[in-house]
Design a protein around this ligand. Structure first.
Ligand SMILES: NC(=O)C1=CN([C@@H]2O[C@H](COP(=O)(O)OP(=O)(O)OC[C@H]3O[C@@H](n4cnc5c(N)ncnc54)[C@H](OP(=O)(O)O)[C@@H]3O)[C@@H](O)[C@H]2O)C=CC1
Ligand SMILES: O=C(O)[C@H](O)COP(=O)(O)O
Length: 498
């Protein structure tokens, strides 16, 4: 159970504590933030509403802790990360339970998220040792006008304090995808978890605590993003921001100071289906891609663009698979579970009503109970409907019928988003041409969009983000190149074998 056993010290009464200076603390605010269970719509947990003074303190401590952490041998940093990964996996059950209660993630997927997170941390430790164990050596005589009098040594150095802000849909995995790279590279880390998902994140942080990381190196500040977010992101103590979420990221990018930003934001991932596609394969991927975790994935298939000649067949196949999706509570491992909040359900409903008014074809009747929305496929969607462009982040999938590949690419590229996309065809040459034409960070050929495996580069174009994630890219992003140049009084050339 949450807050029990080894996790008993992270809770005080019915309010979970925040983490600072290697200790679990109550906020001086005396206030808490309630976390509503999306299924019961009742208060499930409470977390501390941290104050600005507490943010200041955490930043000050993080700065000091980073200095000695950067002097800790790389192999020791890696060893601690491996330890944290093992502890996290050992305690997957209580952490997964929090994910079920806080964000209505189906029980099995919740366990998968924790295990995947442990694997991500271990891989990061190994990758970090390799990447940071190497530097470059340059000599000056390759540039015109220079003799071989300068030896340049380059290495990767930490940035300082990394601020990590993950979203509700992967509060553990998208937190460790920032924490792991930050720590292996010698940075300290301040985490602001999403409010829905904060308790799972606090349990995860306790696993790092149990692993024995130095005091102050990792901190976790809780509170509503709308209240403490600006203070955190604009704090002068922050040296890098790694954010995953929605439009909030665009606002942060405008406000943040001169620090490196890693932004993974929303998407409207298109699935283009050509006449020669394996329609069973496409239908399976459309349902998995569009409806897993009730469509609350940035990489969910969010619009299907299918050639008119195969549209009827494809829609029938997708409909048949949608009919088999189970709908209900996350505890029962249902495919479709309540969406994260009432406001999210209302937003999704708004998109559905707009499509209804404009005569989209409803392949199933629209049904909603509380935050639970039954899976809905909307056929014959046209570009004048909101659902053609907006991200529902829910179990509603629009189908737009197209008459040419160009029409599909045009729709995809007219979006303000550019996260991922996918194309189904048996013609690899066509697939490559389409992939090159799509303005997205990734294109999947004959499979649904996905972030994983976690070491693959993951990035969005346009409003979908800045920079690139994935283990290797995050490690590189959280470092800066440092060079030392040795100047010789006279040119020196190696002769090889004399
Ligand atoms: N490209 C990608 O990798 C991913 C993108 N997303 C996108 O995220 C969205 C859904 O996630 P959601 O959690 O609702 O996204 P939000 O942008 O609402 O929130 C993300 C995080 O930002 C925090 N936050 C809110 N306001 C501020 C602020 N002013 N300053 C700093 N932090 C703030 C939130 O805290 P709090 O919860 O307390 O408000 C949360 O931790 C979708 O658009 C989805 O596409 C989601 C996952 C992955
Ligand atoms: O937030 C998201 O949706 C994730 O970054 C996507 O991850 P996944 O493709 O592995 O589900």
């Amino acid at each position: 159970m949450a807050g029990n056993g080894v996790f008993a010290e992270i809770i005080d009464g019915d309010v979970f504590k925040y983490y600072c200076e290697g200790e679990w603390k109550k906020s001086a605010s005396g206030k808490s933030v309630a976390i509503i269970n999306p299924t019961t719509r009742k208060i499930q947990y409470k977390v501390q509403a941290c104050t600005q003074e507490e943010v200041n303190k955490v930043m000050e401590i993080a700065k000091a802790a980073q200095k000695s952490w950067a002097k800790t041998p790389l192999w020791k940093r890696a060893e601690l990360l491996h330890k944290a990964a093992a502890i996290l996996k050992e305690h997957k059950a209580p952490i997964a339970e929090c994910l079920v209660k806080e964000i209505a993630k189906p029980a099995k997927d919740a366990v998968t998220e924790v295990v995947r997170s442990g694997d991500l941390i271990s891989y990061t430790a190994e990758e970090g040792v390799r990447i940071l164990g190497e530097g470059k050596f340059l000599v000056s005589d390759s540039f015109p006008g220079n003799e071989r009098t300068k030896y340049c040594l380059t290495s990767k150095i930490p940035l300082g304090v990394i601020l990590a802000i993950p979203p509700f849909n992967y509060p553990v995995n998208l937190a460790v995808s920032k924490i792991g790279p930050a720590l292996i590279t010698g940075n300290s880390l301040v985490l602001k978890p999403p409010t829905q998902g904060a308790v799972a994140a606090l349990h995860m942080v306790h696993c790092f605590h149990l692993a024995g990381f130095p005091k102050g190196l990792i901190s976790c500040i809780t509170g509503k993003g709308s209240e403490i977010g600006d203070f955190l992101t604009m704090h002068p103590g922050v040296n890098c921001i790694s954010f995953t979420g929605g439009d909030t990221g665009v606002a942060i990018s405008k406000k943040a100071g001169m620090v490196p930003l890693q932004m993974e934001l929303g998407g409207k991932d298109a699935c283009i289906v050509l006449e020669d596609a394996d329609l069973d394969l496409a239908a399976g991927n459309i349902v998995k891609g569009g409806f897993s975790y009730s469509g609350q994935r940035c990489t969910a298939v969010k619009v299907v663009l299918v050639m008119e000649s195969v549209a009827d067949t494809l829609v029938e196949k997708v409909k048949a698979k949608v009919a088999k999706l189970t709908v209900g509570p996350p505890e029962d491992n249902c495919d479709i579970t309540p969406v994260v909040s009432e406001s999210s359900a209302n937003f999704i409903e708004g998109l559905v009503m707009d499509a209804k008014q404009k005569d989209a074809t409803f392949c199933q009747p629209y049904k909603r109970e509380g935050n639970l929305i039954w899976p809905l496929l909307l056929d014959n969607v046209r570009p004048d409907m909101r659902i053609a462009w907006e991200e529902p982040f829910g179990p509603v999938l629009p189908v737009i019928r197209i008459n040419s590949v160009e029409e599909g690419i045009h729709h995809c590229n007219a979006s303000n988003f550019g996260l991922q996309g996918c194309v189904f065809t048996k013609d690899i040459n066509k697939a490559i041409l389409i992939s090159d034409a799509m303005e997205t960070g990734t294109v999947q050929i004959n499979s649904a969009p996905a972030r994983g495996p976690d070491h693959f580069p993951f990035q969005g174009l346009k409003d979908s983000g800045i920079g690139s994630q994935g283990i290797t890219n995050s490690i590189n992003m959280m470092t800066k190149v440092k060079t030392t140049v040795i100047n010789l009084p006279t040119p020196s050339y190696t002769m090889g074998k004399l």
